[in-house]
Design a binder for this molecule. Structure first.
Ligand code: ZN
Length: 105
């Protein structure tokens, strides 16, 4: 007869933090807050079927300019147009013209 040992539980679940510290939170404009043919600071959606401008919502007036150390952070941004979430490099933001129609050509 084999001696029955109490089984040791080795697989203790490791709790991971939900938010990763390297990502910055960015507020984006909603589509109804954007005017077609206007220039907005932000990124173009990585979703090829969307490709529209994801505009950074302006923070409160008189906000401090972004410090240099935070320039190359990644931001997890959800596109307000198609709902796709992707990572965008903060330093890669630039001005884009917001167009309603998708780039067909
Ligand atoms: Zn999109």
């Amino acid at each position: 007869m084999a001696i029955k040992r109490p089984s040791k539980s080795l697989g203790t679940p490791v709790r991971r933090p939900v938010t990763s510290p390297g990502l910055r939170h960015v507020e984006v404009r909603l589509p109804h807050q954007m005017v077609p043919e206007d220039l907005y600071l932000g990124w173009l959606c990585k979703n090829r079927s969307c490709g529209r401008v994801i505009a950074i919502a302006l923070t409160q007036a008189g906000s401090k300019p972004a410090s240099a150390e935070s320039e190359d952070q990644l931001a997890a941004i959800k596109c307000p147009h198609c709902g796709d979430e992707d990572l965008y490099r903060w330093s890669a933001r630039s001005e884009h013209k917001y167009t309603m129609r998708s780039a067909g050509t």
